[in-house]
Design a protein around this ligand. Structure first.
Ligand code: PEP
Ligand code: MG
Length: 325
């Protein structure tokens, strides 16, 4: 089976009835590009940039960041690379930043909230990303967006940085795509509004589950409450994908669910355009997509939205993919 999956590397992720989707990789450092390409990733759907900021005593310089982003863009040879701006806070602390002690760090000073407060840090990163965009196909993605104001504020900073680069005569991709993570319920529920202001969505199911179901994603004691197949989550996913399509934008997913074989047929049927996952999951997900009719996936997705129990949905999906060689 492993051999068979390897052979899929250069084949497209297309259903027998011709529905094509994109399978991309989540990466954490430039080193991960090798495995992404070896597993047939058609892009990087999530480049987590936290590694640049962690395990050190000072902020990374613009130059250091530029080199890392450029390296990934070049190695991906024109395939899209979605760079997520800093998602620090929550469980990930930076000792040198002197962050506030918080009662609920996951509901606190985190990600885009920190960046909009510390625009010095944000601007340095955006400058590095924009400069690297001259060397490949880079997209920018903001994490932890909760409202349209967040998007507008972040874009204001981005436009300031672009104006600086213009003034300095530094080249960058003037048509760079800008999207957001949809990982907070308020963003999912207002996806119709947000879709007008961004180029794409990427659904972050890890946090979307945590916030929608009010369950700490790291807490063993409540792990049974953490249910990606809960109908509340599936309905939000549908809402987000439909809202994107209504505005002619694409809908991606980069949370763990995107690489879960039990979710593949449902997400395909809901119309997800891009699945981004750890590279090693790509062959398995591709194999499922190449063996399920899109028309059937749509029927299954529709049926699943009306099943009340997550466990029942998972059992049903196990049966459906069981017969795929
Ligand atoms: C998510 O929340 O689903 C996600 C992809 O981001 P992270 O796991 O980095 O929070
Ligand atoms: Mg997240």
């Amino acid at each position: 089976k492993v051999e068979k999956l390897k052979k899929l590397k250069d084949l497209p992720a297309i259903t027998p009835d011709g529905k094509k989707v994109m399978l991309a990789a989540n990466i954490g450092t430039p080193k991960d590009v090798k495995s992404a390409l070896a597993n047939g990733a058609e892009g990087v759907g999530l480049f987590r940039t936290e590694f640049l900021y962690m395990d050190r005593t000072t902020l990374p310089t613009e130059e250091e960041q530029f080199e890392a982003y450029k390296e990934v863009a070049e190695k991906m040879e024109g395939r899209p690379v979605t760079i997520r701006t800093l998602d620090i806070g929550g469980d990930k602390e930076l000792p040198y930043l002197d962050m506030p002690k918080e009662m609920n760090p996951f509901l606190g000073y985190r990600a885009i909230r920190l960046c909009l407060d510390r625009t010095d840090i944000f601007k340095t990163q955006l400058r590095a990303i924009l400069r690297a965009s001259a060397y490949g196909n880079i997209h920018i993605m903001y994490p932890m967006i909760s409202s349209v104001e967040d998007v507008r504020k972040a874009n204001t900073v981005l436009n300031e940085v672009k104006a600086e680069l213009d003034k300095e005569g530094i080249k960058y991709d003037k048509n760079i795509k800008v999207g957001i993570m949809v990982e907070i319920p308020s963003a999912a529920i207002t996806a119709d509004i947000l879709a007008k202001e961004v180029d794409f969505f990427s659904i972050g199911t890890n946090d979307l589950c945590q916030y929608t179901l009010a369950v700490d994603r790291m807490n063993e004691h409540v792990k049974d409450y953490y249910q990606p197949f809960n109908p509340a989550i599936l309905r939000l996913i549908k809402l987000v994908i439909d809202a994107a399509h209504k505005e002619g934008k694409f809908a991606a997913m980069c949370g763990e669910m995107a690489g879960d074989p039990l979710a593949t047929v449902i997400l395909l049927g809901l119309g997800l355009d891009e699945f981004s996952m750890s590279a090693t999951s790509i062959p398995t997900v591709k194999n499922i997509i190449r063996n399920v009719e899109y028309e059937r996936a749509k029927e299954i997705a529709e049926r699943v939205l009306n099943i009340a129990e997550a466990e029942k949905i998972q059992k049903m999906m196990e049966d459906i993919i069981k017969n795929i060689e």
